[in-house]
Design a protein around this ligand. Structure first.
Ligand code: MEZ
Length: 534
């Protein structure tokens, strides 16, 4: 059993100041203060961590260096190494990825009466959807509206999102909650059946719907059951490693690789949806991550090599409150709901140094400033952190609140002898989300015809910063959306002919012409945690 004893003396300062800190309403930062803070302390602004792309649809644009290396790498196969003439699978809609967006797309395609199939390199549900904790936004209360939700989301994303995508996100939100509720998601409800809603960072109304603090797991459980109960084929432990095009350049399937045997398989499809999720396991700038094991940016690589453009791939979300201690759960998500319920961020001197519900980029940058420039962080063996004063929740809302509203947090820290009802916890930003991704239109189509993208792999919905709870919403809204439109397109599309992987050779030629020599192959598929120090 590990205990927080070594921090006891410091935690006492937090406890002493709690009666003063708990009722305090820290002021929000002005727009100018936020801009200055972000420019100096947010990791997105560290120029040395980004590289310019020399090839592909985003030539001249900047992305994190690790991503650039994967985007400008070689395929795992060569253009002529796979026999495309006798596909192993034939379907209407091929869905790559078994998370919330992929599952939602499959359900809609099934409703539309077309054949669909999910391929996933791990198992259905091994996805960031499963890891989401705090909730899903929807403006469905009398004091709220999609228009207000729009203003919050668009402003929180620094007015950079594609307006038509934000509009779709917020207007479809209430309907998505009803859809999930009907499928069986156990949302938190009042005794009269009204949904319980709370605030998140940057929300001007309480519109976060949750299933305690395992909202994503509850949503994914429900979607997975639905996919399986409908008999939609799921090919697990099978990664897509290249998009197949037809003779006219439209998406027409994918080359698959069995993760265990490395056998290559061919799936032919009339339309393809990439729903592969995020990139946390690339550990940009050395950050730990809250993401699941398979979050290695695969969909960005698949789409890019096939000719699809990226949007805002240079902007990442560092969730302000990753676990800074204990080591065993370093980087694990401490849900924003902890702050929604009243816990404040406190420095080594017991001072509340900011409003706890600023938007995520601002909160993360503020914590980084506290720990660096101001030197007011608490040192740990892994680095540094600030206090998140969890006992404040019960101090303000009464005993039992933590067990009732955030039981997963109680359990996660309890395993290491830390009772979050009695002791504050140490937190520091963790790599959580890729704000950008494949550029899509309102039908979910990328720049390549018949190639769709949904969920975290898609860009443009959140601009340069996403608000809490808009990701679970995005996977449902745009997962369903892609399923609907990819199914409709499949209905009017003939079985593709002239399947080709010539774009691999063309991309290799571009690499040569740009003078890029690399032995990296992509997509990466799994993180590389092998120790090489012995
Ligand atoms: O939207 C998210 O990223 C989310 C709900 C995370 C959280 O803090 O719980």
């Amino acid at each position: 059993m590990y205990r927080i004893d070594r921090f006891n003396e410091l935690a006492k300062i937090v406890a002493e100041k709690r009666p003063v800190n708990a009722p305090m309403e820290p002021r929000r930062m002005t727009a100018d203060e936020k801009d200055a803070l972000l420019a100096q302390f947010h990791p997105d602004y560290k120029q040395g961590e980004f590289s310019e792309l020399k090839v592909g649809p985003n030539k001249g644009g900047k992305v994190p260096t690790q991503l650039a290396e994967l985007l400008q790498a070689h395929s795992r196969i060569s253009a002529d190494s796979v026999d495309l003439s006798a596909p192993d699978y034939d379907t209407d809609v091929l869905i790559i990825g078994g998370g919330g967006a992929g599952a939602s797309a499959a359900i809609e395609a099934d409703d539309a009466g077309v054949r669909s199939m999910i391929v996933t390199k791990l198992r259905i549900g091994d996805a960031n959807t499963m890891m989401a904790e705090g909730g899903i936004q929807a403006a469905d209360k009398p004091n709220d509206s999609p228009a207000i939700h729009y203003v919050d989301a668009f402003g929180g994303g620094h007015f950079a999102a594609k307006p038509e995508l934000v509009a779709k996100l917020v207007t479809k939100a209430p309907e998505c909650i009803l859809w999930l509720n009907k499928l069986g998601v156990e949302f938190d409800k009042e005794p009269d059946g009204t949904m319980v809603t709370t605030h998140g960072g940057g929300t001007s109304r309480k519109r976060m719907h949750a299933a305690k603090d395992y909202s994503g797991a509850e949503i994914m459980r429900t979607l997975r059951d639905e996919v399986i109960n409908r008999g939609i084929p799921v090919i697990d432990f099978t990664a897509a490693i290249e998009i197949i095009l037809d003779k006219t350049g439209k998406a027409a399937g994918a080359v698959l690789m069995n993760m265990e045997t490395k056998e290559l398989l061919v799936a032919r499809a009339k339309t393809v949806i990439i729903a592969t999720g995020g990139a946390g396991r690339l550990h940009y700038q050395g950050f730990p991550t809250s993401n699941h094991y398979g979050a290695t940016a695969d969909g960005l690589i698949l789409g890019y090599r096939a000719g699809a453009k990226l949007l805002y791939a240079d902007t990442l979300q560092y969730h302000p409150t990753g676990t800074a201690y204990p080591e065993q759960i370093f980087g694990a998500l401490v849900t924003e709901k902890v702050r929604s319920l009243g816990a404040k961020l406190v420095n080594i001197d017991g001072e509340v140094f900011m409003h706890p519900l600023e938007t995520r980029d601002v909160t993360a940058a503020s914590i980084i400033r506290e720990c660096t420039e101001r030197g007011k962080g608490i040192k740990t063996d892994q680095g540094v952190g600030v206090w998140l004063d969890t006992p404040m929740i019960e101090y303000k809302n009464g005993e039992g609140t933590i067990e009732k509203r955030i039981p997963a947090m109680l359990r996660m820290f309890g395993k290491y002898g830390i009772d979050i009802r009695k002791e504050p916890i140490l937190v520091y930003p963790t790599l959580h989300y890729q704000n950008g991704g494949l550029d899509i239109d309102t039908y979910g189509v990328t720049g390549v015809e018949n190639l769709y993208a949904a969920g975290e792999v898609a860009g443009g919905i959140h601009g340069r910063n996403r608000l809490m709870g808009n990701s679970l919403l995005d996977v449902i809204v745009f997962g369903r959306n892609a399923g609907i439109y990819a199914a409709a397109k499949a209905k009017e599309t003939a079985v593709p002919e002239g399947l080709t992987l010539e774009h691999i050779a063309a991309f290799d030629n571009e690499l040569d012409a740009a003078g890029i020599t690399t032995d990296i192959v992509s997509p990466k598929l799994l993180p590389d945690y092998a120790r090489r120090d012995k």
